[in-house]
Write a protein that binds this ligand. Structure first.
Ligand code: SF4
Ligand code: SF4
Ligand code: SF4
Length: 398
């Protein structure tokens, strides 16, 4: 993937977010300066429960930012995105076999039911609040102070796992020792490792964002609402070389989008990472709220109805029959629910491991003949859709 000016700025921004988190932790736990609590997406449950604290305010700001800048929060300020890209960088530097191959070709595995998956994970995140609503135990208040920075993380309340976890380990029983810091820190790193390194390794870069992140469900409805929203925009003639599409970590067919949607990328998966802008050697793209420039030169024509074509998202759906695809999500949810007994973030560990293991097992059980017939069926579906569109790829003289 090409690294340009935007990437340097973006990496600085993501490093800044992690520095903020570090300073916040040090101030709270080392110097006892407790300005506010956890400023993170746990503001979503706070907001839904009627608690207007600093985390909830942060979520409101993020939602408003989507109206103006799209999901720029994802690409520029999400600490998890930073960890995901860091793991990608480490695995590329280490030339990890297997990962290098899918990374060089930007192969992005996914499931056809990704929105269902993310939707269920979002509901699970909100379960405690939904229980509140059902019991009608509303508790509206305004207080900037939100829960402690370690909420949901190993080490909270001097316990390795959540207070009501079936197994646990008491920390700092005789004053704080190095081990009391190292043990929960290692557990936290392990969780992040599964969400980033493991998921990236098996499903391609940014797998967590593309497949499981519940916050995509929260942010995407606010995309494309405001006419002033900045979007990836065509600012000069496009050659149709498709370098932008091949470099998008979210698997968006950028060149097709700007062709069909008045020079704009309107795909809700766009996280404003600007890799497409950097990849374009013709300086055709910019992140802009202005009208796109017209395409005046001939270009290879794309299908008129890209939403009917699975290749609009350049993501590879594993050759699994739909029923296994759905079952893999159920397995992931069940495994995640079991591990979530250890504490909030442990949900992701169980869900990711369950998802990967089940799908690998099913893939392994399918014979090569089954797989090639599934692939053929996929190709046939694509061809039928194209025939229906009566729109062969051809050269258009505009
Ligand atoms: S999709 Fe989720 S994990 Fe990925 S950048 Fe956005 S909020 Fe962060
Ligand atoms: S926007 Fe740039 S990179 Fe993308 S197809 Fe057009 S010329 Fe190529
Ligand atoms: S369309 Fe461009 S900015 Fe959006 S996710 Fe893809 S590469 Fe990043």
């Amino acid at each position: 993937m090409k690294r340009g000016l935007f990437q340097d700025r973006r990496i600085l921004s993501l490093i800044g977010v992690h520095l903020y988190i570090l300073v916040h932790f040090l101030l709270w736990y080392v110097f006892g300066v407790k300005i506010w609590g956890k400023t993170a997406m746990m503001g979503v449950p706070s907001l839904m429960a009627g608690h207007l604290n600093i985390a909830a305010i942060m979520v409101i700001v993020i939602i408003f930012s989507v109206l103006l800048y799209g999901r720029a929060f994802c690409g520029w300020a999400c600490h998890l995105r930073g960890a995901i890209e860091f793991s990608d960088w480490v695995m590329r530097k280490l030339k990890i076999s297997g990962y290098q191959k899918i990374r060089e070709n930007n192969i992005l595995f996914n499931t056809s039911f990704r929105w269902v998956f993310r939707g269920i994970v979002f509901l699970i995140l909100l379960l405690p609040v939904i229980a509140y609503w059902i019991r009608r135990e509303y508790d509206f208040y305004f207080n900037l102070q939100s829960p402690t920075p370690l909420t949901d993380l190993p080490g909270n309340n001097n316990l390795l796992f959540a207070t009501n976890a079936p197994i646990n380990m008491q920390l700092a029983t005789n004053g704080l020792t190095m081990l009391d810091i190292i043990i929960p820190f290692t557990a936290g790193i392990f969780i992040i490792f599964v969400m980033t390194f493991v998921f990236n390794y098996f499903y391609g870069q940014g797998a967590f964002c593309r497949i499981m992140c519940p916050y995509a469900v929260l942010l995407t409805p606010f995309m494309n609402l405001s006419p002033r929203q900045k979007k990836i925009t065509r600012i000069s003639n496009c050659t149709g070389c498709r370098a932008c599409s091949k470099n998008c970590p979210q698997g968006i067919d950028v060149s097709r989008e700007i062709y069909h949607y008045n020079g704009k990328v309107i795909n809700r998966e766009c996280i404003k990472c600007h890799y497409c802008i950097d990849a374009c050697s013709y300086q055709t793209l910019a992140d802009s709220g202005q009208k796109a420039s017209s395409q005046t030169k001939p270009i290879s024509m794309y299908e008129k109805t890209p939403w009917l074509n699975s290749r609009r998202h350049l993501q590879v759906v594993e050759p699994l029959p739909p029923v296994y695809d759905v079952i893999s999500i159920i397995v992931a949810i069940v495994c995640g629910t079991i591990t979530s007994r250890l504490g909030g973030f442990w949900f992701y560990v169980g869900a990711i491991v369950g998802f990967i293991v089940f799908r690998k097992l099913m893939s392994f059980c399918l014979s090569e003949d089954d797989k090639s017939s599934l692939n053929e069926n996929q190709l046939k579906t694509d061809k039928t859709k194209r025939r229906r569109q009566k729109e062969p790829e051809e050269v258009l003289n505009v």
